[in-house]
Design a protein around this ligand. Sequence first.
Ligand code: ZN
Ligand code: ZN
Length: 268
Amino acid sequence: MIDCHTHTKYSHDSTQDPREAIESAISKNIEYLAFTDHCDRDCLFSPRHKDKIRQIDLDACMTEIHALKEEYKGKIELAVGIECGYMKDATPLYEKDLAKYNTDIIINSIHLVDFTDCYFKEFFEDKTKEEAYMMYTKAIYNSLFVPYPYDVIAHIGYVSRKAPYEDKMYRYSDLKDVIDEILKTIIQKGKALEINSHAENTGDLTLPNLDIIKRYKELGGELLTFASDAHKIEKQCFMYKEITERLKNCGFKYLFKYLEHKPIAVKV
Ligand SMILES: [Zn+2]
Ligand SMILES: [Zn+2]
């Protein structure tokens, strides 16, 4: 089992001790674990979130995770990562941050749309589902062209996690043209599509959902990562077996882990 996306106490929304996370992963026979704490420079530009979201202490985080990676060599493969929340205005900050540290994996995420995290109900207040999902999807498209290096496109469909609509499913058929452009760009740029199992109440097992994963395959996509997006140890590799079974049924033979930003195939 491999897990390319997890959080620790260095994220504003987790209290997980990294060492405890590693010990837990070893006990579950997880062979590769990436720590990808939130770097939310996007929030600095949001009046709503700027003072409420604690910014990561990257020096402390990188120092501790690098030290643990060394210490646990031979016991578990650890990867040093960061999850960057995209916003156009924040790109120079990420360029500067990412140039400072040695990392294995960088995740490119959309959380903020129109200056508000679409995990919060405020985002949906003045929007129809169509409008909200389209704005979110266009933001993903724009995020693909950032000037800083990244490896993975995170949790496509994140907007549906807390959407207030009765039918909240984030569907390929509703957004075909933009999603096709996103998937083609991911493939053309050699980036990976993340299969995120933090998808409770979104209408499917994963973000993105099965239709989008199948479309990615149809278009020639191969690079996939597994992501529990665990903020506590109970969720590490959540639903791994079920999800890898599904990927096999879609015709995928491999998942990928990242070391020094190189994708390494792992049989599913
Ligand atoms: Zn995220
Ligand atoms: Zn995350």
